[in-house]
Design a protein around this ligand. Structure first.
Ligand SMILES: [Zn+2]
Length: 391
């Protein structure tokens, strides 16, 4: 009898706790600051209005995952897709997002002010914002920056993996320092940061080199984002952030949004992936007859390396360790979620698509995080940065 009582209590306890993490997740504002569905699928005409079998994201699945605000990454590689150049690439991606919103006005909306962000959330729509991933797309022209963000809100990541003439990237500062004419932000780079502050465009420092990172922090008058970066001390990947950088972001009132990519979460995975890219990956790249952008190479790695890398995929707990690390170092006001869904070739076990965010809430609750802290991490912190930047 006592045994039955224990079993019954356990069952009740488990269902209550399952209920409570789901309730908390539903009540929280979830903001994801980085998703690559525009360049990986929508640009080619894929309709994500309803559930699709491939990829990580669509409107049905965002709803199931409890997502309220999604920054859509506008990305193009260091060689433009269009002969007209990077700016045209960016415009095409934004057009594909506008089309999705036009087709689904009851489910997704583009906000034009912080107030409209809140309104979209209240109306239970997915609020779409733009994240321009790489300063190369403004083609050294401030007018282009204004054109891309006209009637829209979001951030610009000062560099992608490629440097511009005004900002050096993490990849070049660490892996190809000899290729750089200068490190950090030039005067024009600083002018761009100041103009972004005036226009209400968030300065995103993911992908930037450390010198650019510190120059931008010294220039901006508003809180910054790192839209998809993880912790160097857990996984020393070239563009993860070091303790001093985390402290500097906290000093600025900004937020670091954790990237889910297995190679940025787990050092064993990262090590094996680097070996594979250097050996088999190099052979594959050398055999390709034409330029393949990073998104297409991701697809190739997924197909060719998945069997070998599957056993090395990190756990969900390992991802939450990155959140924990930042909270323990600087407090719970400076960390958020920047999945990089539809932009990565591998994800932690159990985080296979945008329906799975509630598992992060469950793990944070299991670790004893308060409801208040969890709400900040899921979206409250990024909402604070949006409010400080958007008009
Ligand atoms: Zn990126």
């Amino acid at each position: 009898m006592r045994f039955l009582f224990v079993i019954l209590s356990l069952f009740i306890y488990q269902s209550i706790s399952a209920q409570s993490y789901k309730n908390l997740h539903d009540k929280s504002i979830l903001v994801d600051t980085h998703n690559d569905i525009l360049s990986s699928a929508m640009l080619e005409g894929k309709d994500i209005s309803h559930r699709i079998k491939e990829g990580h994201s669509d409107l049905d699945r965002w709803k199931e995952g409890g997502v309220d605000v999604q920054f859509f990454s506008v990305w193009t590689d260091k060689i433009p897709r269009n002969k007209e150049g990077f700016f045209k690439d960016a415009r095409q991606e934004i057009d594909s997002l506008d089309l999705l919103i036009h087709k689904n006005p009851d489910r997704i909306t583009m906000a034009r002010s912080y107030k409209e962000v809140r309104k979209g959330i209240r109306q239970d729509k997915l609020v779409a914002l733009i994240g321009l991933e790489g300063g190369h797309m403004i083609e050294n022209d401030l007018a282009r920056l204004e054109q891309l963000f006209k009637q829209r809100l979001g951030y610009m990541t000062l560099t992608w993996n490629n440097s511009t003439s005004w900002a050096s990237s993490a990849m070049d500062e660490t892996l190809h320092p000899d290729s750089l004419k200068q490190k950090g932000l030039t005067d024009f780079g600083k002018q761009i940061v100041r103009r972004m502050n005036e226009l209400g465009i968030i300065v995103d420092l993911s992908h930037t080199g450390e010198q650019t990172f510190y120059d931008a922090l010294a220039t901006t008058t508003k809180p910054v984002l790192l839209s998809h970066s993880s912790v160097w001390n857990i996984c020393p990947a070239f563009r993860n952030v070091k303790d001093e950088q985390i402290k500097a972001v906290a000093g600025n009132g900004g937020v670091i949004c954790i990237n889910f990519y297995s190679g940025f979460i787990d050092s064993n995975f990262a090590k094996r992936m680097t070996e594979l890219e250097g050996t088999k990956g190099k052979q594959i790249r050398d055999s390709l007859q034409q330029f393949y952008d990073a998104a297409k190479l991701n697809d190739i790695w997924r197909q060719r390396f998945s069997a070998e890398l599957e056993p090395l995929r990190p756990t969900l707990a390992k991802l939450v360790d990155h959140i924990d690390y930042i909270v323990k170092l600087v407090g719970d006001d400076y960390v958020g979620i920047g999945s990089d869904y539809d932009g990565v070739s591998s994800l932690p076990v159990g985080l296979d698509d945008v329906t799975t965010y509630p598992k992060i809430t469950e793990e944070l609750m299991r670790r004893g995080y308060s409801k208040k802290s969890i709400k900040k991490i899921l979206g409250g912190n990024v909402m604070r940065v949006m409010k400080a930047n958007f008009q």
